[in-house]
Design a protein around this ligand. Structure first.
Ligand code: ATP
Length: 141
């Protein structure tokens, strides 16, 4: 009986390792678009968007992880994801993310009124992170 080849995926943040598993398919959102990585994929280095990654762990199940930007490296069937922050779907505090979304929206409004472009950019990134967490925590419910 031949086993399906697998890759090892790990997600690391400045707080430590958030996730590690074996998988036959990982779907990532890079800044260039969606990238599906299967075992024996050619080596790749890419930057990650504020979005989710989906890790196939069973025939009909993917683990989902919210990624607040970072990069990925794949070689020798090891996928290393280094993210500025990352949370597994199950550990996302949705009400915290809702509060962060409201704070970011208020900051955006204030930055627009003050014509403060650098604060506007920071607040827009905070908003993206909050919306991404809300989306991932609620996906496939
Ligand atoms: P907040 O304003 O709610 O702190 P943030 O976007 O400023 O949100 P980050 O700086 O991206 O937060 O993350 C700080 C730490 O908190 C990281 O470890 C991150 O994984 C975690 N974190 C942030 N928001 C959430 C959330 N809604 N649920 C679970 N963990 C979260």
């Amino acid at each position: 009986m031949s086993e399906k080849p697998e890759l090892t995926v790990s997600v690391v943040t400045p707080d430590g390792k958030v996730y590690e598993n074996q998988s036959t398919l990982v779907i990532c959102k890079t800044t260039e678009g969606e990238l599906g990585i299967m075992p024996n994929h050619t080596p790749v280095l890419a930057s990650l968007a504020i979005d989710e990654i989906r890790v196939k762990v069973a025939e009909d199940h993917f683990d989902e992880i919210a990624i607040s930007g970072g990069f990925l490296e794949f070689s020798d069937n090891t996928l290393s994801i280094v993210a500025s922050a990352a949370e597994r779907k199950e550990s996302i505090d949705t009400s915290r993310a809702e509060r962060a979304r409201k704070r970011a929206e208020k900051r955006i409004e204030e930055a627009r009124n003050k014509h403060d472009d650098s604060e506007l950019k920071r607040a827009e990134i905070s908003l993206k992170r909050a919306i991404n967490r809300i989306k991932v925590s609620g996906s496939s419910k």
